[in-house]
Design a protein around this ligand. Structure first.
Ligand code: ZN
Length: 402
């Protein structure tokens, strides 16, 4: 006569523990079918009376009382009157699985906490590939397709993929910050699938914020001719920092070749010049003042940067236009070559700059998304599974309520 405890029947429905073996902190439980339990076909759930064959499968379960637990489970194939020879239905084990559904749920819960895979592998003693596979399946199940019908304003940006020179494009809803789409590449043909997915809803797009010098604007004009392109303050200002301030600073340092202490101050001033003045300490502010006072062209381009930012703070398109005209003539009259060049290159993009007055898309948002992508990338580094990486990003930006 078989004596079974209710606990094992509860933990492993249809089975009971036959033997167990403990070695160190590992416990192996040999299960056997509970004789009173109906055998059901895994396909149609019909009860079956005859067993075709039995194989023993090693299955990992959640730790029991601190023991890392492995089950040895006799998995039967039954002869189903409808389906033929089929695996027996086991409520706590998926077909072909090597870990119980209970352990799968546990791993999924840890993945939802955004713990690095390495840590989850250590915690559960499961292989890293297994965890990635489970997390990817979870994300594919949980990440919902976007509700395109509500999308009116977009943010488009690119970021570098892993260490290579390949890029990816990310499209987000400017109003909810939901990441709508991610694709490899940043060329027109590579971002076209986004517009295809958008389908007829492309007619309702009002504005798209982006960096200058990308293929995005041409593609937007082609698919959403009614949409206004808005250039991103953050990108324009960082371009100004690189192409104007840095250039003038290096030229100035070269001029000061004979005056070593003054040259050193200029060479080391990069960070002070590029940082938002609101974030400088008192000491840094006075260092910056000294630097600017002693170097007139640097002072000019520094102040022109602050003035340039004002274009994005204009209350109306007309005010923005006025600010631009003033800024443009000051740039041309400055006599500073990198500044003059920058102004001329920027001019064709003017429409997309003044458009900000009407569509004040918050550019800091793009930066925030990119920073979070960097964190995910760091955590994802090593497995180079692009699909998984993209799913992780979409899951990290499900969007706020409208
Ligand atoms: Zn069946």
């Amino acid at each position: 006569m078989v004596i079974h405890s209710p606990l094992d029947c509860f933990l492993w429905e249809g089975f009971e523990v036959d033997r167990f073996d403990v070695q160190g902190n590992h416990m192996t439980l040999q299960l056997m079918p509970h004789p009173g339990h109906d055998l059901a076909c895994s396909q149609c759930q019909r009860s079956c009376s005859s067993v075709h064959d039995v194989t023993h499968r090693r299955i990992r379960d959640r730790d029991l009382l601190g023991y890392q637990t492995t089950l040895i489970v006799p998995v039967a194939r039954v002869v189903c009157p409808c389906c033929g020879v089929k695996a027996r239905n086991i409520s706590w084990l998926d077909k072909h699985a090597r870990i119980t559904t209970r352990l799968v749920s546990h791993v999924e819960a840890l993945c939802r906490l955004n713990l690095p895979i390495k840590h989850i592998a250590e915690l559960t003693q499961l292989h890293w590939h297994t965890i990635r596979r489970l997390d990817k399946a979870r994300l594919a199940r949980e990440v919902q397709p976007p509700d395109w019908s509500q999308v009116k304003r977009l943010l488009m940006d690119e970021f570098a993929l892993f260490k290579g020179h390949r890029y990816a494009t990310v499209v987000a809803d400017a109003d909810t910050l939901e990441v709508l789409w991610i694709g490899i590449g940043r060329s027109r043909t590579e971002i076209r699938p986004f517009f295809e997915e958008l389908g007829d809803y492309r007619q309702q797009i009002e504005a798209v914020a982006m960096d200058m010098n990308t293929a995005f604007d041409l593609e937007v004009q082609m698919h959403c001719p009614q949409a206004e392109v808005v250039y991103d303050l953050y990108h324009v200002i960082s371009k100004y920092g690189r192409e104007v301030i840095d250039r003038v600073r290096v030229d100035r340092a070269n001029e000061l070749r004979q005056d070593r202490p003054a040259r050193k101050v200029v060479k080391r001033g990069r960070w002070l010049l590029l940082k938002n003045p609101a974030n400088l300490t008192d000491e840094q502010s006075s260092k910056l003042d000294e630097l600017l006072q002693a170097n007139q062209p640097l002072m000019t381009v520094y102040l022109m940067k602050q003035q340039l930012k004002e274009l994005w703070r204009a209350p109306t398109r007309r005010a923005a236009m006025r600010r631009w005209n003033r800024w443009y003539s000051m740039a041309l009259e400055s006599g500073i070559k990198p500044l003059q060049h920058f102004a001329k290159v920027l001019k064709p993009y003017l429409n997309g700059i003044v458009a900000h007055a009407e569509h004040p898309l918050h550019t800091s948002v793009l930066e925030g998304i990119n920073n979070k992508i960097k964190v995910i990338k760091r955590m994802a580094y090593g497995y180079r599974d692009i699909d998984y990486f993209f799913l992780k990003i979409r899951a990290a930006f499900p969007g706020n309520a409208r």
